[in-house]
Design a protein around this ligand. Structure first.
Ligand code: NAD
Ligand code: MG
Length: 391
């Protein structure tokens, strides 16, 4: 039996986690759920899963859910704001939290969950990017597990099973290449938000879809891998593998490579994280090897997709540099989705912020400094690009 909460239950990962629960024959029980403002989806989840606790980030949405629960005679406690997320992440009844909110907003609730000795099934990579050292140290101190949900990191985690860190040569992160694979800077000048959102292999939330188009997603994943597996950046390599069948690999010191393969279905790594170390029944379509004509591999083009290069740079600098990289990316992606900037400006904005905030990289790595610096970066970006004047 596993008792869980889901932070971000209405999103792409959240919804697929609900499906894993549906297929768990009652072995996974849902106690708490949160969302930002998706009231209708939340009502549907409440009807089907009857959780004991609900958190809505948006105050007015939490009122709507409260009234709904009264009207439907449901004995559910409803919370709001970041304190609501923290409450749902630290419930006495649960042993594991699925962190599937998008963005570094997940940082405080994740840290609170670890302090409350909850295992973390981690999808929310931004939290590990900005505070990897704090999160991993706290997890060690509290004796809790950080189980990766991100498909690449789940693959690495599985490929590492039974081996020691000293036996690893390098981690090979696979990347689909996103919707703009093979394009050059000129091709990318006029691409639309709609084109950027159209991922060839995965159906995901908007922010991570844009990150996949810029290759920032892979950049964030490099930093995520660095912290999760305690591996230096020089030993983390990105390989473009458009078929998304090999989810990542580990090369050992004898040059043997161990990989994990599977159809591109996030329910697989979610189910694995929620049942680790056990494996449960088949939730994804098995691979039909007769139907795969080829598996191909390419070097990523870091000159065109500069975000990946910037992520390596920020990761190697360390300290608060990844906070600037991540905050600038979150805000630039938001501006792109609002159609206030163009696709290529995302990398330009991040690069500029990395220069402007350089002096703060070496400030002490504390939760407070991370949150304040993230805020400053976002304010800087909004003050300059909000009106689209620099387009
Ligand atoms: P999504 O946009 O589909 O869902 C995000 C969820 O977070 C929603 O439930 C939303 O209500 C909630 N949320 C959004 N903003 C919030 C805020 N400010 N405060 C509180 N709650 C908020 O996103 P997603 O694609 O499910 O991704 C979630 C996380 O998982 C991201 O960190 C992403 O990088 C990671 N991830 C996603 C996938 C995927 O296939 N979707 C794969 C690997 C990793
Ligand atoms: Mg991934």
């Amino acid at each position: 039996m596993k008792n869980i909460s889901i932070l971000g239950a209405t999103g792409s990962i959240g919804t697929q986690t609900l499906d894993v629960i549906r297929q768990s024959n009652g072995e996974i029980k849902l106690f708490g759920i949160t969302a930002n403002s998706s009231v209708d989806k939340m009502k549907e989840i409440i009807e089907e899963f009857n959780p004991k606790y609900v958190g809505m980030m948006d105050e007015s949405c939490s009122e709507v859910i409260k009234n709904y629960c009264i009207e439907k005679n449901k004995n559910i406690e409803v919370f709001s704001g970041i304190d609501g997320l923290i409450k749902i992440a630290t419930l006495d009844e649960i042993d594991t939290v699925v962190t599937s909110v998008v963005g570094m907003i997940g940082l405080k609730p994740t840290m609170a969950a670890i302090e409350a000795k909850k295992d973390i099934a981690l999808a929310n990579k931004e939290t590990l990017v900005v505070a990897g050292e704090l999160v991993m140290n706290k997890a060690k101190e509290m004796g809790v597990k950080i189980l990766p949900v991100d498909s690449e990191h789940s693959a690495i985690f599985q490929s590492l099973s039974g081996y020691k860190n000293k036996d690893i040569n390098k981690i090979i992160l696979t990347a689909s290449g996103g919707p703009f694979r093979g394009k050059n800077i000129d091709d990318l000048k006029e691409v639309t938000v709609k084109e950027a959102l159209k991922h060839p292999k995965w159906n995901m939330g908007q922010k991570i879809s844009i990150d996949s188009a810029t290759l920032m997603n892979k950049g964030l994943e490099v930093i995520e891998a660095h912290f999760l597996f305690d591996t230096s950046y020089d030993n983390i390599e990105v390989v473009v593998h458009p078929q998304s069948i090999i989810h990542s690999m580990v090369e050992y010191k004898d040059a043997s490579v161990i990989a994990q393969l599977g159809s591109p279905d996030m329910r697989l790594p979610i189910q694995y994280a929620l049942n680790y170390p056990e494996r449960k029944g088949m939730i994804a379509q098995p691979i039909n090897f007769y139907e795969i004509s080829q598996l191909t591999f390419e070097k990523p083009d870091m000159d065109t997709f500069k975000c990946l290069k910037l992520a390596y740079k920020a990761g190697k600098i360390g300290g608060l540099a990844p906070t600037v990289l991540n905050g600038a990316n979150e805000e630039a992606v938001a501006l792109l989705l609002e159609e206030k900037i163009k696709f290529l400006q995302i990398a330009e904005i991040i690069e500029e912020c990395m220069k402007v905030f350089e002096k703060q990289y070496s400030n002490e790595l504390t939760l407070e400094n991370i949150i304040n610096l993230d805020k400053s970066v976002r304010e800087y970006i909004r003050s300059k690009w909000e009106l689209g004047v620099n387009n």
